[in-house]
Structure formats: C-alpha cells, structure tokens
Design a protein around this ligand. Structure first.
Ligand code: MLT
Length: 328
C-alpha cells in the first residue's frame, strides 16, 4: 500500500510540474497579451526617459501592445529599481536601468534593497551614452584646461548638479572630483532633465551628464561643453574635444542604459523582448534619433542578455573601488 501511495505522490508532483511548465509556455506563447509597463527611474525629459521612449515606440509595434512609461523618481534611481525588483516576473513590468542603478549604486548604498546581478533578468542593452563635462553658458572658462584651473581654485564656491546618489551624473561627477581633488557642493535633482533646466538657467555651475541630454543645448549655445569622456570625438558634437585631447585622459566614462526584468521572468518572454529591442536598434528611424543625440548603438553581439549580465558585472567591479575610496 505504501508503494502505491508513494507512486501516487510522485505522479501528482510530476503532473504539477508539467502543469507549471505548460502554463508558463502558454503564457509566453501569447506574450504580450496586454500593455507592458516600463519603469524609468528618473524624471521625464532626461536621458534615460528620452532613450526609453524612442526605443519603446518601435518595440510596441513589434510586440503589438503598448509600452507604458512610468517615471518613478528618488534616491538616484534606486527607489524605482527596488520596486522593479519586487514586481511580478511575468514580463509586464520592466525597468530601464543603467550604469548608476545597476553598478555605481552598489558601493554607495550600504543597504541597497536589491542586487543588480541576482534580482533581475538582463533583457538587453539600449544605448551607450558617453559622458560630457558641461557648464552654464557664462562659466568663466573657455576650455577644459581653464575649467580645471577655475574649479580647483574656487571649489568651495561651486555647485555641481546630479541626479541623486549613485546616478550616472553623480558617479561620473565624483570621478571628476576625485581626479581634480575638488569638493564642490553637490545639488541633487530627480533626474538630469530637471538638472539641465537649472544649468541652462544658471542656477548651478556644471555637471557631468550623458551626451543624449546635452546635444540640443550645446548646439543652441545655452550651455558649454568642455569635453566628451570617450577615446573618440562624438559625431553629434564634432567640435567638442575628447578629455584626452583636452588634457584630462583619466576621465573616461561611457555610461549605458538597458532593459531589465524581475528575476524569474520566463526565458521565452526575455527572448521576445530582446528580439524587439534589437529590431528597434536596427530600424533606420530609431537609429537616426539615437545617433543624432550622440548615442552609441550596441552591436548585435553587445545586445544579448548574456552580454548585459557581463557588463553589469564588470561595471560593478569598476565603480566599487572608485567610489569606495573617494566617497566621504
Ligand atoms: C536621467 O535620466 O535623469 C539620468 O539617467 C540620471 C543619471 O544621471 O543617472
């Protein structure tokens, strides 16, 4: 009799397991069957928001469902990222994370409520975003060398804008500060969209920001750009020298933005989303929009979930010593 009971128990377990797999496959087969929420951890109008909107407009056409952007701000993007980590893993809540939320935040928040490497399924890279050193249009320096001399001589009087502890603008600004040995007053905003408004308005002195947030303002002369922190000049701002050309080779930062889903999101759903991102990045209209803003469009090899997982790992390894030793 015991053998029969054990056989029945094993059969029930096997059936339950098959039912789960069949249900997941059925769910993945018709995914998405309703709109997908895409959390952007910063204010509307900033680089992450703009990139997310450009790419999701095309993805929605591929997926046949709308992708609804939800801006959730606070704590350098970690508020939203925590919420995304705890969202249902059914593919209907994604987040656009980046070098800040999924790397720089790790050394800066001792009690970070998520682990970028284990609480998410990487979906795919959206765009590389070179960092530019920007200043208000009447800042008393006409090139990077003069900027460096001025900020080193006047650091206690200067206000540097960023998007909160651990954001891309904060992390790259901290790297600049440590290279120059300066301690300006940091002025946090809910994103570099609002920070840019303050810079254009002259309420803050300078900031390190992702190029996609600065091209229109630099071209219209409402702010100054001293250098781009990549090895090559950027085609969207061909007259802006690289940091190496301008005498600051130590500052080399290309940030990035990427889609992540909560841990446990079915592989078939991840594959569907990854294919839709890649299709968007191959679309001529999307590519022009991204390139005109100075984005670096990922190659096919850089677009895989595995490549994104490796990028998160290497970026945490890069930023942890940089921000631990210099963060007071
Ligand atoms: C934004 O979209 O506001 C930026 O990505 C914030 C940041 O500097 O990380």
């Amino acid at each position: 009799m015991d053998l029969l009971k054990r056989l029945l128990a094993v059969t029930r377990l096997a059936f339950a397991g098959i039912l789960v797999i069949v249900t997941q496959c059925a769910a993945a087969d018709d995914y998405p069957s309703r709109p997908v929420t895409v959390i952007v951890p910063f204010a509307a109008g900033g680089p992450t928001d703009v990139l997310a909107r450009i790419v999701t407009v095309h993805m929605a056409r591929t997926l046949g469902q709308s992708m609804v952007i939800e801006n959730v701000v606070g704590a350098g993007g970690t508020t939203a990222t925590t919420r995304a980590a705890r969202a249902p893993n059914n593919g209907y809540t994604l987040i656009v994370g980046h070098m800040g939320t999924h790397a720089a935040a790790v050394p800066l928040y001792s009690k970070l409520a998520y682990d970028p490497q284990t609480d998410f399924e990487p979906v795919g890279l959206l765009a590389g975003t070179p960092i530019v050193i920007l200043a208000r249009k009447d800042f008393p320096a006409n090139n990077l060398r003069e900027f460096v001399a001025y900020v080193q001589a006047n650091t206690e009087k200067l206000n540097a804008a960023h998007a909160g502890l651990g954001s891309v603008s904060h992390a790259s600004g901290e790297l600049l500060n440590s290279i120059l040995g300066i301690r300006p007053t940091g002025v946090p905003y809910n994103g570099t969209g609002p920070a840019m408004n303050a810079l254009v308005g002259g309420q803050v002195d300078y900031m390190c920001d992702q190029i996609v947030n600065a091209v229109p303002q630099v071209k219209s002369g409402t702010i100054k750009a001293y250098a781009v922190a990549t090895q090559q000049r950027n085609p969207s701002l061909p007259d802006v020298p690289t940091t190496a050309e301008a005498g600051l080779p130590e500052l080399e930062v290309q940030a990035w933005n990427a889609f992540f889903a909560p841990k446990g999101t079915p592989p078939a759903v991840i594959a569907t989303l990854n294919a839709a991102v890649s299709k968007a990045l191959d679309d001529a209209v999307v590519r022009k929009q991204l390139l005109d803003l100075g984005s670096v469009i990922p190659t096919p090899a850089e677009r895989t979930p595995e490549a994104l997982a490796a990028l998160v790992r290497s970026e945490i390894a890069r930023w942890t010593p940089l921000l631990t030793q210099n963060w007071h």
